[in-house]
Design a protein around this ligand. Structure first.
Ligand code: IVH
Length: 730
C-alpha cells in the first residue's frame, strides 16, 4: 500500500468487509423487536454486544473493518430498540454507552516543531557526483577542498519523530504530511528500542528515525495471523505501519517493532559538530544507530560503501531500499538549508529496480487531469521482486515508438507492440515501467501500435503541442475523465485530503444524479444544496449514518485550508506541491497571489519568474489558468466556500527582513548568490530579480551597475555585502 492508500485505508477495507460479512454465518438476521419475549431479548442483546464489540475491534484496532458502516449502524439500531422495549435488560457493557472513536479522529494530531522532510533521489554514480558538485558550487568550494559525508542504509519502514523534554519522552508522532503527524506516543512507548527517559540530554531533543520490522518477526506475525484467520500483511513495511498505527497500544506491544535513529528535529542545544558525532551521541543516549553507518571522504568512497551495503542487503534481516548520504559538517548543512521538501545536504541513492519478463497483452489509454493520454501496459501477471505486476506505464507515444522527446532513439529504436515479450521493472513503491522488448520473441502478426488521435473518453481531438511529450485531449472540462481526475487530485493527500472522500468516492459522486459532485466547489456545497444529503447518503451501499456524518464533518474541517494546499489542489499544470509552497511563501496570501495573477500579464510573469525555483513554463501555465474566464470563475467560486490561510513565514519571527522585498546585485564575496538568496528567504524576505518601487533593500556586491543606479533613483535603500551580513546577524 502506498502512503496515500494507507490514508484512505477505509475504502478498500469497506469493500472487503462487505464481501466477508455477506457469508459470515454468525451474523445472521436479527429477529424483529416486536417478536421478542424477555428471554430471547436478553439472548439477542448478548449476541449484539458481542457482534458490535468484534466490529469495533476490527475497525479501530486492526485497521480492517469486517462489516460495512451500514451493517454496523443496523446492529446499533437493533440494540437500542431492544433496550428501549426492555430497559431493565440493558447490559452493563451495553454498546449504547460506548462511544467508539470516530474513524477520522482515531489519533490525535501533532504539529512537528520542525517539518519532517523527504530526500532527493539518486539512481547512479553520476547523480552522486553531481550531488557533491552542487554542494561545492553552492558553498563556493573548489574541487580540491575536503568535504566529508556519512553513508548509511535507507531503511524501508516509516519515519517517527520522538520529542523528549527534560529527558522524558513527551510525545511521538508519525510523519503525516510532514507538518502534522499522528500522535502515537502510547504505542511508541511499547517499542523496546525507544528509551522512555534520557540522561544528560538537551532540554528539548527531537529524535527522528525509522520504525521497521525484521524479516523473521514479519514472517512469524503473518504465520500467526494466517492461523487465526486474520489479515496478513503484504510486506514488512506495511506490517510495521499497521502495527504502529494501532489505537490499542497493547496490540503494538505484541508486535516486534524496531527503531533506528538517523537524525533529529528541534534541539535546544547542538549534539555535536558533525552528523556522525551526533549519531554517536544518540547512541550514547540509548538509541540504535544503524551499524553500517560510515564517514566517507567523497563520491568515490560513498560509492564503495554503497556497494558494500548492497552486497549485504539480503543478509541484513530487514528491508532497505538504498543508501542515504549526508554532509557530515553540521555548520555546512545549516548553510545549505532546504528546498521546498528536501534538504540540499542529503541524498538517497536508491538500489536498482527489480526486473522480470512477461507478455504485453494490451495497451489501455488513461486520460489524466491535464488531459494527457497515458498509455498503460496490460501485462500477463508476473512476479517482480515479490510483487505481482499486471499493469505498467508506457509513458507516452514516443516511448512506445522507441524514441525520446527529442526524437533520439531509445532501446536502440526498438518499438513496443501488443503481443511482445517485454521487460518490466519496479523500483520501490513507484508504478512499474516497461524497460525493454525482446524482438526475437515478437509474434509475426504484431503491428506497430497506432496511438489514438482522439480522446477515448470524450471523443475530442487529442493533439500534441510542440515541445510537449504528451498528446492531450482538447475537451477541457467537457471531458468527464479530466473532470473526475481533477477532483481526485483535489482530494488527494497533499491537497485537500478529505477523510472519507478518496478516489473511489469521487467516482461515485461524480456519476450521482441525486448528490452530484462535478467541481471542487460542489464538495463544499453538497450539504447546503440538499438538506437530505445525509439521509440520502447513508442509504447507499457502503455508507451508514456514521460515515455520512463523518464525511460532512471532514468536509467542513477543510473549509479552512493553508494556501499552499489550496494552490496545489487546483491541479493547474506544472504546479506541484513544491511550487505551491514557493508561491505561497512568496505571495503570503491568496488575495496577493490572485491580484498579481489577474493583473497585467507581463508584470505577473516578471514577478513569478523572479521567485527562486519558478520558471517561465510554470509561470505561463498559472497566468493562462487565471486568464481563462471559466477556470478563473471556478476558482473564485471555490475560494468563496473557503477560508484560505496565509502562508507561515519560516523562522521569520524577530527577523529584520521579514516581509521585505530585497534584490541582490553585483558579486558577493562571502557566499554564493544561491546561498544568499536562500538565507534571505529563510528569514522571511522575498528575493526579487529586478529593482522596482516595491523593492525595500538592494544589496550591492562588487561591481554593482545599473540596478544600483536605478535603486538610488527610486530612493530604495542600498547597502553593501558587509552591511547585509551585519543586518541579518550572520
Ligand atoms: S534522513 C531530512 N536517513 O526515507 C532528511 N531518512 O525518502 C530526513 N529513511 O522520510 C531523512 N532511512 O523515513 C534519513 N537513514 C535514513 C533513512 C531515512 C530511511 C526514510 C525517512 C524519510 C524517507 C525519505
Amino acid at each position: 500500500m502506498t502512503t496515500a492508500q494507507e490514508g484512505k485505508a477505509q475504502e478498500g477495507a469497506l469493500e472487503d468487509a462487505a464481501i466477508r460479512s455477506a457469508d459470515d454465518p454468525d451474523q445472521g438476521n436479527a429477529p424483529a423487536v416486536e417478536a421478542l419475549d424477555r428471554d430471547s431479548a436478553a439472548v439477542e442483546l448478548a449476541r449484539l454486544a458481542d457482534l458490535i464489540a468484534r466490529a469495533d475491534r476490527a475497525y479501530h484496532q486492526d485497521d480492517a473493518p469486517e462489516i460495512t458502516d451500514a451493517e454496523y449502524d443496523a446492529l446499533k439500531r437493533s440494540n437500542a430498540a431492544i433496550e428501549a422495549r426492555f430497559p431493565d435488560l440493558k447490559r452493563a457493557d451495553s454498546p449504547s454507552d460506548r462511544v467508539g472513536a470516530a474513524p477520522a479522529e482515531g489519533f490525535g494530531k501533532i504539529r512537528h516543531a520542525r517539518r519532517m522532510l523527504s530526500l532527493a533521489n539518486a539512481f547512479d554514480y553520476d547523480d552522486v557526483r553531481e550531488f557533491d558538485a552542487r554542494i561545492r558550487r553552492y558553498l563556493g568550494l573548489g574541487a580540491d577542498s575536503a568535504l566529508a559525508y556519512t553513508a548509511e542504509p535507507k531503511i524501508d519502514g516509516l519515519s517517527l519523530s520522538l520529542r523528549y523534554e527534560r529527558g522524558q519522552l513527551a510525545h511521538a508522532a508519525t510523519r503525516g504530511d510532514g507538518e502534522t503527524g499522528e500522535d502515537v506516543t502510547a504505542n511508541a512507548l511499547t517499542i523496546a528500542d525507544i528509551p522512555h527517559t534520557l540522561t544528560n540530554a538537551p532540554e528539548v531533543l527531537e529524535v527522528r528515525g525509522e520504525v521497521h520490522m525484521r524479516h523473521e518477526d514479519f514472517h512469524a506475525l503473518n504465520a500467526r495471523a494466517a492461523k487465526a484467520g486474520s489479515r496478513t500483511f503484504a510486506n514488512p513495511r506495511n506490517a510495521a505501519a499497521g502495527s504502529l498505527r494501532q489505537l490499542d497500544p497493547e496490540i503494538t506491544r505484541s508486535r516486534p517493532l524496531r527503531f533506528f535513529a538517523y537524525g533529529w528535529g528541534e534541539l535546544s542545544a547542538p549534539l555535536a559538530e558533525t552528523q556522525l558525532d551526533s549519531l554517536n551521541r544518540l547512541r550514547d543516549f540509548g538509541f540504535s544507530i544503524n551499524p553500517l553507518t560510515r564517514r566517507c571522504d567523497g563520491p568515490d568512497s560513498l560509492l564503495a560503501h554503497y556497494r558494500a551495503i548492497e552486497a549485504q542487503r539480503a543478509e541484513l534481516g530487514y528491508d532497505i531500499d538504498g543508501v542515504v548520504y549526508k554532509l557530515d559538517d553540521l555548520a555546512l548543512q545549516e548553510r545549505l538549508g532546504f528546498r521546498a521538501t528536501t534538504p540540499r545536504w542529503a541524498l538517497a541513492h536508491k538500489f536498482p529496480a527489480e526486473t522480470a519478463w512477461t507478455v504485453l497483452e494490451g495497451i489501455d489509454i488513461q486520460v489524466g487531469r491535464t488531459g494527457a493520454l497515458s498509455p498503460v501496459a496490460r501485462l500477463k501477471p508476473v512476479n517482480v521482486g515479490g510483487v505481482l505486476v499486471s499493469n505498467a506505464t508506457l509513458h507516452n507515444e514516443d516511448y512506445i515508438a522507441g524514441r525520446d522527446s527529442r526524437g533520439q532513439p531509445i532501446r536502440e529504436g526498438r518499438d513496443i507492440r501488443i503481443g511482445d515479450r517485454v521487460q518490466v521493472y519496479r523500483a520501490g513503491d513507484v508504478i512499474p515501467k516497461i524497460a525493454d522488448v525482446d524482438l526475437a520473441a515478437r509474434p509475426q502478426d504484431a503491428a506497430p501500435y497506432a496511438f489514438p488521435e482522439t480522446c477515448p473518453e470524450c471523443g475530442s481531438p487529442a493533439v500534441r503541442e510542440p515541445g510537449d511529450s504528451a498528446r492531450r485531449c482538447t475537451g477541457g472540462l467537457v471531458c468527464p475523465a479530466q473532470q473526475v481526475e481533477r477532483l481526485k487530485h483535489f482530494v488527494s493527500r497533499g491537497a485537500f485530503d478529505i477523510d472519507g472522500l478518496g478516489a473511489k468516492q469521487i467516482e461515485m459522486f461524480f456519476t450521482d444524479d441525486q448528490l452530484p459532485i462535478r467541481t471542487p466547489a460542489d464538495i463544499f456545497t453538497l450539504a447546503e444544496r440538499d438538506a437530505e444529503a445525509v439521509t440520502k447518503l447513508k442509504n447507499r451501499p457502503g455508507w451508514g449514518e456514521t460515515s455520512a456524518r463523518n464525511l460532512f464533518r471532514a468536509i467542513d474541517e477543510r473549509r479552512r485550508i493553508p494556501i499552499n494546499r489550496f494552490l496545489f489542489g487546483l491541479g493547474i499544470r506544472h504546479v506541484g506541491e513544491s511550487a505551491a509552497q514557493l508561491l505561497a511563501r512568496h505571495f503570503g496570501s491568496w488575495q496577493a497571489l490572485r491580484d498579481s495573477l489577474t493583473g497585467p500579464p507581463e508584470a505577473a510573469l516578471e514577478e513569478l519568474t523572479d521567485i527562486n525555483g519558478i520558471g517561465p513554463v510554470l509561470a505561463r501555465s498559472l497566468i493562462d489558468a487565471f486568464a481563462n474566464p471559466s477556470e478563473c470563475e471556478a476558482i473564485d467560486t471555490l475560494a468563496r466556500q473557503l477560508e484560505i490561510l496565509d502562508a507561515e513565514r519560516p523562522q521569520a519571527e524577530g527577523s529584520p527582513v521579514a516581509g521585505q522585498t530585497i534584490v541582490f546585485t553585483g558579486t558577493l564575496t562571502r557566499m554564493t548568490r544561491a546561498e544568499a538568496k536562500a538565507r534571505a528567504e529563510a528569514l522571511g524576505a522575498r528575493v526579487a530579480g529586478s529593482v522596482s518601487a516595491k523593492t525595500d533593500i538592494l544589496i550591492a556586491g562588487e561591481g554593482a551597475g545599473s540596478k544600483a543606479a536605478k535603486a538610488e533613483a527610486l530612493g530604495v535603500r542600498v547597502i553593501d555585502e558587509d552591511a547585509w551580513l551585519a543586518l541579518i546577524g550572520a
